[in-house]
Design a protein around this ligand. Sequence first.
Ligand SMILES: [Zn+2]
Length: 140
Amino acid sequence: MNDAQYEAVKDWCEGCLKAWVPRLGLDRYYLEFVWHRSFNPSGNIDCLASASGNWKYLSGFVEIWVPAVWNQFDEVTMLPNWPGDLEIVMVHELTHIVLNEMREWATDDDSSMKHEERVVTEVSRLFYSLYKDRDDDVQS
Ligand SMILES: [Zn+2]
């Protein structure tokens, strides 16, 4: 990935995140974003981003795996092939921070995370649907 591709991904995602942070009430949070020039170290090249939070202190941490996001971009236009799908990914990650308090009831096995993923998926898609046709839509 070259610098122009990296910047194209970062610019688009930052625009998306800038719109969604206040929509989700996260402008009251301390948020940190880390832009990786590598794929997720888990080996899952389809992992575009991940997020964690600390609900007690209103803080959140988002990691973006830029080469994986670049794989969702058109090399000619330098824009996402499916901007709505990529926007939903960003909303999904931010929603993990909004609902971070759910982890208070997490168990040591993986089952509670599966429930959080489903709830985050449902809620983030609902949030997205509320905004997708508005004039201030990220893609307009
Ligand atoms: Zn998730």
